[in-house]
Design a binder for this molecule. Structure first.
Ligand code: ADP
Ligand code: MG
Length: 600
């Protein structure tokens, strides 16, 4: 037997390890099993190149719990270690890695680094007060070796008891970590981290993993059924996905994976099932923020890449050039797939659009390149349920909806029911109305205008229809200027002055008498600011225009009315206009109903 000291430069390294890894103790299991997987892969490689000539046997990893001795053991029949190997790999190399880690991060409050590789074997001391290694090397004539360490810097090495090639890592679980002696706890950790490891992992007599997940298989050998089955393996209760992309890149970085398009109707739904990140089939995290472009977080599935650096903090991850390449590659793949689907079957694409709408718009708003590519598949839907590409749509409405400045005016509604009277006014002119009622559409409308030259996009209630698409036709008033002023005063006396301003227009006698409008730009600014919780514009009160059609027959009638009846008429007319804009609520509505009932 030999006793020795692990040479350290940092005093009390183990307490530091414990303290810093506190929030993520459970990763010890992933680390130790990854080592066992490595040892198994290595013996396979040695056999395949002829350096190991013995029997490989059935290669697997076994996890066992022993409540009586309070131990958790991870056994493999990988390549094993000699006493010299232990000296070199465990006492010196592994430790220097752990030590470097600790000296580097002990002063950092950022605990995010934890839980990403870098500590390896010594993470066992997060949960064990003593760790033993029993191992027999594959090398011919090796002797079994036994190493123990109690979490101080001293260790012992003596003769071991293993009679077959491989390694047992025996953890004597510490009192404060006894949860790791519970079967269900260990089982759930194995499910989380080891579900798709390439070597069979046995726990409780059961193999817990799928060693050949479909993302490492060839797309040509897989059926649709394989993909949907795998999806439900990942997310047992989710609705089937719309479609998927099988990623397979080996230059300039390594990446495999499958991204699924869920049926998203809102972002919160989608985020329930996160993309999982793997490194050589070892689960790393499902917190892929900073690795995936934000809009791709609405997708589901797995990404496996040994090239994503895992042992660094998130902030440096964002600036990592591999990560940048990966995100732009994925974004490109996704837009290519969408273009292909669009070209292959337009009807089917139309039908799927409502489930993709949010995703595509989110992508366009957050990724400049994606926005460019999306011109080939981003659809606009009108109130009749017809779909067109942006450029198709502009061509379609150009003949009728071009104003005197040669700008094409697209009209939209954010509420087909509430804005019905405005939609109807537009349709009566033969204009088309888009339906843009999604949560990102305020931003989308802004982008649409910006990217398209000579296109202006206005909500149907942003102005009276003659001014929304202003063709410069001359409007002649049948009333005198003086009468028009009188009319305006009648309304401004009754209306709330903060909320409304009053204007008159000489419109066709058929157009409605009173229209309440809300300026497009100001409304958009307010809505956007409110979404981002910005106070400056967000706090601005809503402001509306009351537009009187001075050519309407009622104008004359109103001017001719006498006494109190005049004011009552104005009130009633104004309330009706508000009612048709869905603005009449509460006490105001009750008053209106009572008053109207009396008049019946
Ligand atoms: P890493 O896995 O990054 O090399 P670790 O600290 O996890 O670092 O492990 C240190 C080394 O100990 C490994 O590189 C390997 O040489 C050796 N080792 C650990 N576990 C085993 C095992 N189960 N079988 C054989 N060798 C092992
Ligand atoms: Mg390791």
């Amino acid at each position: 037997m030999r006793q020795g000291n692990i040479s350290v430069h940092t005093e009390n390294i183990f307490p530091i390890i414990k303290k810093f890894l506190y929030s993520d103790h459970e990763i010890f299991l992933r680390e130790l099993i990854s080592n066992a997987v490595d040892a198994t892969q290595k013996i396979k490689t040695l056999a395949s190149v002829g350096e190991f000539k013995g029997e490989l046997g059935e290669l697997k990893i076994t996890v066992t719990l022993d409540e009586a001795t309070k131990t958790l053991t991870i056994s493999d029949n990988g390549l094993g270690m000699t006493a010299d190997d232990i000296e070199k790999y465990i006492n010196q190399l592994a430790f220097s890695g752990a030590e470097e880690f600790v000296t580097k991060y002990k002063d950092k409050a950022d605990a995010n680094i934890i839980g990403h590789f870098g500590l390896g074997f010594y993470s066992a001391f997060m949960v064990a007060h003593q760790v033993e290694i029993q191992t027999l090397s594959h090398k011919e004539g090796s002797e079994a070796a036994h190493w123990t360490c109690d979490g101080s810097t001293s260790f012992t090495i003596d003769k071991g008891t293993r009679t077959e090639r491989g390694t047992d890592i025996i953890l004597h679980i510490a009192e404060d970590s006894e949860e790791f002696l519970q079967k269900y706890r260990v089982n759930s950790l194995l499910e989380k981290y080891c579900r798709f490891l390439p070597v069979e992992i046995e726990f409780d007599g059961k193999v817990i993993n799928n060693t050949k997940p479909i993302w490492i298989q060839k797309p040509s050998e897989l059926t649709d059924d394989d993909y949907t089955k795998f999806y439900s393996e990942l997310y047992p209760y989710a609705e089937p996905p719309l479609f998927w992309i099988h990623l397979n890149v080996d230059y300039p970085f390594n990446l495999t994976g499958i991204l699924y398009f869920p049926k998203v109707s809102n972002a919160i739904d989608a985020e329930k099932h996160k993309v999982q990140l793997y490194s050589n089939q070892v689960f790393v995290t499902d917190n892929v923020k900073d690795i995936l472009p934000e809009f791709l977080m609405l997708l589901h599935g797995v990404i496996d890449s040994p090239d994503i650096p895992l042992n660094v903090s998130r902030s440096s991850l964002q600036s990592d050039s591999n990560v940048k390449k990966i995100t732009s590659h994925i974004s490109k793949k996704v837009s290519d797939k969408l273009s292909d689907l669009f070209k292959a079957d337009r009807k089917d694409f139309d039908a799927k659009w409502p489930s993709m709408d949010i995703f595509v718009k989110y992508g366009m708003l957050s990724d400049e390149k994606f926005a460019e590519r999306a011109q080939e598949f981003c659809l606009l839907e009108n109130v009749k349920g017809e779909y067109s590409l942006i450029k198709e749509y502009v061509e379609k409405i150009k003949p009728l909806q071009t104003n005197k400045e040669e700008t094409v005016v697209a009209l939209y509604t954010s509420d087909p029911i509430g804005q019905h009277s405005y939609i109807k006014a537009a349709q009566d002119k033969g204009y088309d109305v888009l339906k843009l009622d999604g949560m990102l559409d305020v931003h989308f409308v802004g982008q649409l205008e910006q990217k398209q030259e000579k296109l202006s996009v206005k909500r149907v209630d942003a102005d009276i229809i003659d001014k929304l698409v202003d063709k410069g036709e001359e409007r002649v008033s049948v009333l005198t200027d003086k009468d028009v002023e009188k009319l305006k005063t009648l309304f401004s006396d009754v209306a709330d002055k903060v909320k409304f301003s009053v204007e008159a227009e000489a419109l066709s006698p058929e157009a409605s008498f009173i229209t309440i409008t809300e300026d497009e730009f100001a409304r958009r600014m307010r809505e956007m600011s409110r979404m981002q919780n910005m106070t400056m514009f967000g706090n601005m009160p809503d402001h509306f225009k009351i537009i009187i059609n001075s050519n309407h027959a009622k104008a004359k009638k109103l001017l001719e009315a006498k006494g109190a009846a005049k004011k009552d008429m104005v009130k009633q007319i104004l309330d009706l206009a508000m009612l048709s804009k869905n603005m009449l609520t509460g006490e105001h509505l009750t008053d209106f109903v009572n008053r109207s009932m009396e008049a019946v």
